[in-house]
Design a protein around this ligand. Structure first.
Ligand code: CP3
Length: 333
């Protein structure tokens, strides 16, 4: 058990726990080296030996308290038979959504396709470097997966109205939730100690649809994670009402984006909080970066707080800045 869990469970901790979203990724030269030899991103995610190496790369350089498995939320549509490719300077490209095929995919087919992810977790969790540290598994929230499955690529800032008409399919939503549960269970069985639920496009949903697409489905997943005796961290990026979200969904930890006011969050929300710092601050000089990081540390001084960013590390970040920031947080009293 690691210091993240200690913080979440209100046990004594000697320093502030820290990890970053996208801590394994393109800002690291050792990642880029592996990536250049493995042009197919999906195959890379499904290669346990190499994805283990990538998962642990940031822990070899920095004093992070947790590793997050190197994988992708879009492996779920892939496991349901929807084509998936990642194109340079474009991002993910999904194939046509064949609803009948998706709904008819059996649990066995899904688990067979995702087995390399569980092997990755299994071998990674046994590595010495993770002794007393957490291994974070994850899923995309049902809403964010619906968006990708229908939109077939990352959406823009607003959603095409068609998407609401299309998405209105209960069977698909249920199939996604069912598949997420299978995926969560296998991750936990193989050694994931915390599950983060990424709702990257929560901010795009009209409020009137929140119960149906965000609150109810996410709450179901959170309850499921808790039933496995593991903690759930939720990251509903871009929403404007984190307090209401926490009251309804009841995650163990709420991860906040960089657009919300941390002072307001600290006053309103009593559960452990994670993140917030704008990843763009890591592109500034050391002094400005640390002034901004300190702001979060001070605001959450009397709160259960896991240091993280308000979204993933940007590819253009200098790894030297990550080191400075992590050491600063670990030394903060
Ligand atoms: O270090 C980590 O955080 C763990 C690995 C991780 C990846 N994707 C690897 C990845 C995690 C947790 C994810 C989750 C994920 N994937 C999300 C939720 C978080 C978020 O960013 O909002 C989403 C929306 C996706 C879908 C996805 N995967 C997109 C939109 C992209 C392209 C964006 C980009 O930065 O190019 C990916 C590709 C991807 N997933 C990369 C990595 C390291 C970049 C791949 C590359 O090398 O080209």
């Amino acid at each position: 058990m690691g210091i993240l869990k200690d913080c979440i469970n209100n046990n004594n901790i000697t320093s502030i726990p820290i990890w970053f979203m996208r801590q394994a990724g393109r800002y690291l030269p050792e990642f880029r080296k592996i990536r250049s030899k493995n042009p197919n991103f999906v195959e890379l995610c499904l290669n346990p030996k190499i994805s283990k190496e990538i998962t642990l790369q940031p822990l070899k350089r920095f004093s992070f308290d947790a590793a997050i498995i190197f994988s992708d939320i879009l492996l779920i549509p892939y496991s349901l038979g929807q084509d998936l490719k990642f194109e340079k300077n474009f991002g993910p490209k999904l194939g046509n959504l064949n609803l009948e095929n998706v709904l008819n995919t059996s649990d066995n087919e899904i688990l067979k396709k995702l087995k390399p992810v569980y092997d990755l977790i299994n071998i990674t969790s046994k590595d010495q470097i993770l002794r007393n540290k957490d291994l974070i598994g994850f899923v995309g929230a049902p809403w964010t997966l619906l968006v990708y499955m229908f939109n077939q690529k990352s959406p823009k800032k607003i959603l095409n109205q068609d998407i609401y008409n299309n998405i209105n399919n209960n069977y698909l939503l249920e199939k996604i939730i069912h598949t997420q549960k299978l995926h969560i269970k296998k991750q936990v069985e193989n050694g994931a100690t915390i599950i983060q639920i990424f709702d990257s496009w929560a901010g795009l949903l009209e409020y009137k649809y929140f119960d149906r697409y965000i609150y109810n489905p996410t709450k179901e997943l959170v309850n499921y994670v808790k039933s496995l005796d593991v903690e759930a961290i939720c990251f509903p990026r871009g929403i404007k009402f984190y307090k209401e979200y926490c009251d309804i969904v009841k995650p163990n930890v709420i991860s906040i984006d960089y657009e919300v006011d941390p002072t307001k969050i600290a006053k309103e929300i009593n559960i452990p909080i994670q993140g917030g710092l704008d990843p763009k601050f890591l592109l500034l000089n050391k002094k400005e970066m640390l002034i901004n990081a300190k702001k979060y540390l001070e605001i959450f001084k009397n709160h259960q707080y896991i240091f993280n960013l308000g979204h993933g590390v940007l590819p253009e970040t200098n790894p030297e800045n990550i080191k400075i920031l992590v050491d600063f947080v670990k030394d903060f009293k």
